[in-house]
Ligand binder design. Sequence first.
Ligand SMILES: Cc1cc2nc3c(=O)[nH]c(=O)nc-3n(C[C@H](O)[C@H](O)[C@H](O)COP(=O)(O)O)c2cc1C
Length: 308
Amino acid sequence: MRAVRTASRSDPVWVAECQMRFYAEERPFAAQIFGGQPERMRTAAEMAEEVGADILDVNCGCPAPKVVKHGGGSALLKDHERLETILKEIKKAITIPLTIKIRAGFCDLTINAVETAKLAEACGVEHIALHGRTKEQGYRGLANWDLVKQVKEAVKVPVSGSGDVTTIEGAFARFRETGCDGVLIGRGAMANPWIFRQIEDASQGREPFQPSLADKREILLEYFDMLREDMPATPAINRMKQLAGQFTRGLQGGALFRTSLYHSHSVEEILSRIKEYFSAIETGQPYYGEAGAQVEEAPVLDSCEAAA
Ligand SMILES: Cc1cc2nc3c(=O)[nH]c(=O)nc-3n(C[C@H](O)[C@H](O)[C@H](O)COP(=O)(O)O)c2cc1C
């Protein structure tokens, strides 16, 4: 017999389980958790293992105030004692590999990625990802990839770098310059989700895959379906506006299309605007969007807080 719990959006366990749902083809599947309380972090890690995650990642990079003020995300960069307790607690509780995502440091005066990485390795962390900006920097300026090199030289576990990679050449250059084991791509993949396949193609000596307009339309529609499976219509519509903003940059009539999405308030409107736009540009017709509309854009999605 299976125990049945009443599911509700106000039940944090149910919400967490929903957030950790994944498709079999997504394996290996890593669940990332954030927080500042060792006990709760351990419970969350246990839950992730229980729902089938292959890897447990601890977020020590999120700069969002609502995360940092509770001692989580990048707040852990300036509280190594707490970080050590959290990592040791989690390590005792799970059998899947434990990994960590860090930033350069909390602020310019306290750059400590190398120390954080060494501490994590000593606690049994098996992979370190570094976004070379500080918490205070947020997403301003450029990521410091020299720090990725320093971390790679300081620890034995694999190290990946993150920050500002948007092209195939950029990814190869970061591997070459730093000797890192992996390159993470965030915003670049939101604008071009085929970038991983293109890098793989190039590394195998193949011509990189070029998506057609039909591929772009299909992926927008598929993403919208997945959002609606995961959340109520309004947040799904808002996320869709943000993704479409990244995704259609450079396409003919893209700004007018994004404006028309920005002004859409229902699932049906979003779907018909996507179809309208792509059928115009796929057949080479000009796209005029809404008559007389001023170009307006959804806010840029550039932090974990925006995505939360
Ligand atoms: C919308 C958004 C959401 C993000 N959410 C997370 C997150 O949940 N966990 C995390 O470790 N990093 C998160 N990041 C940070 C990225 O993993 C990455 O380190 C950062 O964006 C820099 O890389 P990029 O220049 O390739 O985007 C997020 C970034 C963006 C833009």
